[in-house]
Design a protein around this ligand. Sequence first.
Ligand SMILES: [Fe+2]
Ligand SMILES: [Fe+2]
Length: 303
Amino acid sequence: MNHGYTYQSTLAASQATPWRIEDIIGAGKRLDFSRPFMPETLARVEPLAFLNSNEKRTLNQIRGNAYLCIFGLVEEFILPFVLDHARPQLQPDDYRARALLQFASEEAKHIQLFKRFRTDFEEGFGTDCFVIGPPADIAKAILAHDPLGVALTTLHIEWMVQRHYVDSIKDDQNLDPQFKSLLKHHWLEEVQHAKLDTLMVESLAAGRSEEEIMRGVEEYLEIGGFIDGGLKQQVEFDLDSFERATGRLLTDGEQEEFRRQQLQANRWTYLGTGMTHERVLATLESLTVKGRKLVETISPAFC
Ligand SMILES: [Fe+2]
Ligand SMILES: [Fe+2]
């Protein structure tokens, strides 16, 4: 595929915009709980007409907490996966080794950042909000798949982050500036990861027959199904957190509507925005047109 990504250029770009966790969280940099955390295109709280504006903002913040925690969680499988991919070929390409180790180091930093964020959230929000996990079990289940399927999942996640920030977050002036700053700093480093993932996918697909590539695509979709199961559980957690945080018990009909709307909102956030991303589809097509077509037949369910 003619994308022009190289290990040398991604390494140089990631070294040009360094930041430390201490620069962006703590020491007076606090979350503002009077503001929403997530853009409405991802949170989709407005269609829940039976909630008042305070309740909608509370649900938006619950979704924001889950968003960063779920990123922390998926990055726990990306970190060992990138290290395993780097390890067998530390030579002769020094740029490859350094770019992949930089990638892994940044993911380790993001995992720590999101844990640090969670402490601030718990202190300020005042109600415990459960998030799917534990991360080690989820990582184990995902890493049991074909490496090409895992690399495609990683590619999906990295481009998804780009799309969320550029399309929905960057120009949204309503969001809490501190939460937005976390998303911005994460996005800055993920730009290079998306390019490195493209190179990882290409190297894992090299030399495979079309049938073997399709096995990787099918395993990518299986991982998507596994994540979808987690999202169903997350909606139940969010409903429970919402009721405890607001003290409002929803009627059976309201709960049904909450589940229906929020499951689709979660599906769009974590699955649809990646599966329909033009760069993900272009990479799939460069491996095999059949792979792109298969994903395109399934993705409408997650939009
Ligand atoms: Fe990350
Ligand atoms: Fe990443």
